[in-house]
Design a protein around this ligand. Structure first.
Ligand code: URA
Length: 433
């Protein structure tokens, strides 16, 4: 077997065998297949696609390219949750405590932000003292004692994805259904949970901009999760504007805490209750989704989920007082308002542009090695459908580098569209698979 034949076969639109897929994944992970051949194959896959069996085999090969986590010493049905990537998405910090407060053990690995999307690991590092690296024994103990632990994904989980994703990123081959599915599901299946709830984002701030593409991605991921023996549910949700009002690490953690206090934005609160409802159902703590949703609501209203968040922060070395005193978060030293220059309604807030503006204000990275400013980001004051008058503040950009903050504010200003007629409201929850 050799790579040229495999590239040729896919270039001609033929179906690759399990052995050929294994040959590519193993060889590329080991460093025996060079980037240029891997890039050629990825581009052939991008144009010719893969069928379900090929996608399943690619996912399986990537899952077994490194360690698989054994969570069997954690009692109960472990449930994971994954978002396909959005702007202002801080739901892990809300649904984790909600589901854990209802008795579902959560042993979760998360990633860092890159480009316009944020990452839960960066957000958690905005909490003073919080450790995102915990050894395997402590991880198990934390979940058994507190019910919830979220740590950074180790390099031993699906190393093939690490290499392939980095190559896709620089060869314009990210937005392909089979490649996204295998990338996400290989990591999820290697992480050891028994059930997975997927939040598939759909809209101008998501990889999948149309409903058809998002449904196709959700269906494929669910099928592959089930084929691997995991209960898998996908929720297709709107990403046509940022979620909530806060974008940026400290700002998003504060908004997550506000949400667990019952004072969060309506969209974040609703999405979190829906995802937690499905997690509680998947974890068999409720016999229906509706019952799971109700349990999540009670955990929110009673304050038990907020208490769970404080316990989780303390368990991982962070200061739980952040839930009461937001001055403990990294503080910005400068800010710049974005001002409306006409009357009307907010017709659109381009999520990707806000994500990039937040990144450029200092909150995100263009390259993996970049340092980020945990205080930086954007607070929106208006959302789609709100009325606006000339001179109103649409958003405020924060950070510690005034030049970056100014650049972020200019870009954030261009993300807003003010229109004459109030726009139709997009449904937040679009479909369940
Ligand atoms: N998130 C991932 O982990 N992989 C992708 O390919 C896309 C989003």
């Amino acid at each position: 077997m050799n790579m040229v034949d495999i590239i040729y076969k896919k270039r001609e639109g033929q179906v690759l065998t399990k052995e050929e897929i294994d040959y590519f994944v193993t060889g590329y992970t080991d460093g025996n297949i060079p980037d240029y051949q891997a890039a050629a194959l990825l581009m052939a896959i991008y144009f010719r696609g893969m069928n379900k069996e090929e996608t399943y085999e690619l996912t399986r090969a990537m899952k077994y390219s490194g360690d698989t986590v054994d969570l069997s010493r954690i009692k109960g049905i472990k449930v994971d949750k994954h978002s396909t990537g959005g702007v202002g998405d801080k739901t892990t910090l809300i649904v984790g405590p909600l589901a854990a407060a209802c008795g579902v053990p959560i042993a979760k690995m998360s990633g860092r932000g890159l480009g316009f999307t944020g990452g839960t690991v960066d957000k958690m590092e905005a909490i003073p003292g919080f450790r995102t690296t915990v050894d395997a024994e402590d991880f198990i103990h934390l979940v058994n004692d507190i019910g919830l632990s979220v740590i950074g994904q180790t390099s031993h989980i699906a190393p093939a994805d690490k290499k392939i994703y980095a190559l896709r990123d620089v060869t314009a081959t990210v937005d392909n259904l089979s490649l996204i599915t295998s990338s996400i599901m290989s990591k999820k299946l290697a992480s050891g949970s028994d059930a997975i709830v997927l939040d598939v984002k759909c809209g101008n701030g998501a990889f999948m901009e149309s409903m058809e593409e998002a449904v196709e991605l959700g269906e494929l991921m669910v099928e592959i999760g089930k084929a691997d023996g995991k209960k898998t549910i996908a929720v297709i949700t709107d990403m046509n504007q940022p979620l909530g009002y806060a974008v940026g690490n400290s700002l998003e953690v504060m908004e997550a805490i506000d949400t667990l206090k019952g004072k969060g934005p309506a969209d974040i609160t609703e999405l979190s209750l829906v995802l937690a409802g499905y997690m509680i159902y998947a974890g068999e703590k409720a016999s229906t989704y509706e019952e799971g949703y109700k349990m999540a609501e009670e955990a929110l209203e009673s304050g038990s989920a907020l208490k769970k968040l404080a316990g989780f922060i303390e368990g991982q070395g962070g200061d739980p007082l952040v839930t009461e005193n937001y001055l403990l978060f990294p503080q910005p030293t400068c800010h710049q308002d974005v001002i409306a220059d006409r009357d009307g309604y907010i017709g659109e807030i381009e999520a990707k542009a806000i994500g990039l503006a937040s990144q450029h204000s200092g909150a995100g990275r263009a390259k993996k090695e970049d340092q980020i400013d945990l205080s930086a980001g954007i607070l929106l004051l208006k959302k789609v459908g709100d009325t606006v008058k000339t001179g109103d503040i649409l958003a405020t950009v924060y950070g510690r580098d005034s030049e970056k903050v100014m650049k972020g504010a200019e870009e954030a200003g261009r993300a807003f569209e003010v229109v004459e007629d109030r726009p139709e409201k997009e449904a937040l929850i679009k479909k369940i698979i």
